[in-house]
Design a protein around this ligand. Structure first.
Ligand SMILES: Cc1cc2nc3c(=O)[nH]c(=O)nc-3n(C[C@H](O)[C@H](O)[C@H](O)COP(=O)(O)O)c2cc1C
Length: 171
């Protein structure tokens, strides 16, 4: 597990190779298996492979969307805000599990934030909702850009400074 966590890096450049149906199913399964508060399971995902639609999603936010430009697959991570007051936590957990399964399958991914982000004066989250027909009562946490890696990143290494963020018994 620690090796997988070290190897997972944000990949922002992908080849043109498609993500197979078999891999897509595993990525979605990772999200569906995520724990959720009171087992409310509020997270729902939209898988987008259509290039025109992916371009429309990239246009929903004014910055930080570079990974979407070459992604073969985008997963919109949403959650029913009426089902769980802590939908943000639930959606975040599902999103990172998808990213870890992507790494496990040899794919690359990047989390592209939409919640609390903007498109000029507009809310990026609302723009994504409109683009994908997501109901108003669903929050949009992020778009996961996924594909076959077209850049190499070194695994993360822990150094001594990282351990100063951990505390024993008291802060
Ligand atoms: C909550 C969250 C929001 C992020 N938003 C974006 C984003 O909008 N665009 C992007 O390219 N990367 C985004 N990232 C990726 C981070 O920039 C990246 O995880 C960080 O630089 C560490 O690099 P690593 O993932 O390779 O370890 C986001 C990551 C998280 C956890």
């Amino acid at each position: 597990m620690i090796e997988l966590l070290s190897k997972r890096r944000s990949i922002r450049k992908f080849t043109s190779q498609a993500v197979s149906d078999e891999h897509l199913e595993k990525l979605l399964a990772a999200a569906l298996l995520a724990p959720s508060s009171k087992d409310t399971r509020p997270v729902e995902l939209v898988a987008v492979r259509d290039k025109g639609m992916i371009a429309a999603l990239a246009a929903c936010r004014d910055s930080g969307t570079m990974p979407l430009h070459t992604a073969a697959l985008v997963l919109a991570v949403t959650a029913d805000t009426g089902k769980a007051d802590v939908w943000v936590e639930n959606a975040s957990i599902a999103a990172i599990l998808v990213q870890l399964e992507a790494e496990n399958l040899g794919l690359g991914s990047t989390w592209v934030q939409m919640r609390l982000r903007t498109n000029g004066e507009k809310s990026a989250e609302a723009e994504v909702r409109k683009t994908l027909g997501i109901p108003e009562n669903f929050g949009v946490m992020c778009l996961l850009a996924i594909g076959h890696k077209d850049e190499v990143k070194q695994p993360r290494q822990l150094d001594a400074a990282d351990w100063t963020r951990t505390h024993n018994e008291r802060f």
